[in-house]
Design a protein around this ligand. Structure first.
Ligand code: ZN
Ligand code: ZN
Length: 154
């Protein structure tokens, strides 16, 4: 189990989350590019999690995906930082936007998905899993995390 702390950009919201890190991947789809207004998004999945807001509150937006799934997205209502995602299909995982963590030094994505829309100037690490689009099965990403070096994979 890990205990992680983070906050939004303006700092009105701080959180603590405990849980088991299931995987960490980068998504280069157009939707994540738009959401982050940058080159890609990262997703840190936690199982057996407990999320506590230490200060502030989130606002929520339900995103309907083209494939018919729904993701509940939580963000800071003041500065707009996106913090947490929950896919209604996989409620056992909380997906954190890990750039919001206080300590980001240990973050090494084990997979890069939606490579087909990745920015062409960005070299993707050869020792990670690559997918042209969405993985058929995220089990491979979970297994890759178990094999990945790092301090925080408990
Ligand atoms: Zn904020
Ligand atoms: Zn994406």
């Amino acid at each position: 189990m890990v205990e992680l702390h983070g906050q939004c950009q303006c700092g009105q919201l701080r959180y603590r989350v405990t849980g088991r890190v299931a995987t960490l991947f980068a998504c280069h789809c157009r939707d994540c590019q738009r959401q982050s207004a940058s080159a890609f998004g990262m997703a840190l999945w936690l199982g057996d999690y407990q999320l506590t807001l230490l200060r502030g509150h989130t606002a929520q937006w339900a995103r309907h995906t083209p494939s018919g799934r729904i993701t509940d997205c939580q963000f800071c209502p003041q500065c707009g930082s996106r913090l947490f995602h929950q896919n209604r299909d996989t409620p056992q995982f909380l997906s954190i936007k890990p750039g919001s963590l206080d300590d980001t030094a240990w973050l090494r994505p084990v997979a890069h998905i939606w490579k087909q829309s990745a920015q062409p100037w960005l070299p993707l690490p050869a020792d990670s899993l690559h997918y042209a689009g969405n993985p058929d099965d995220f089990a491979d990403l979970l297994a890759a995390w178990q094999q990945a070096p790092g301090d925080c994979r408990a």
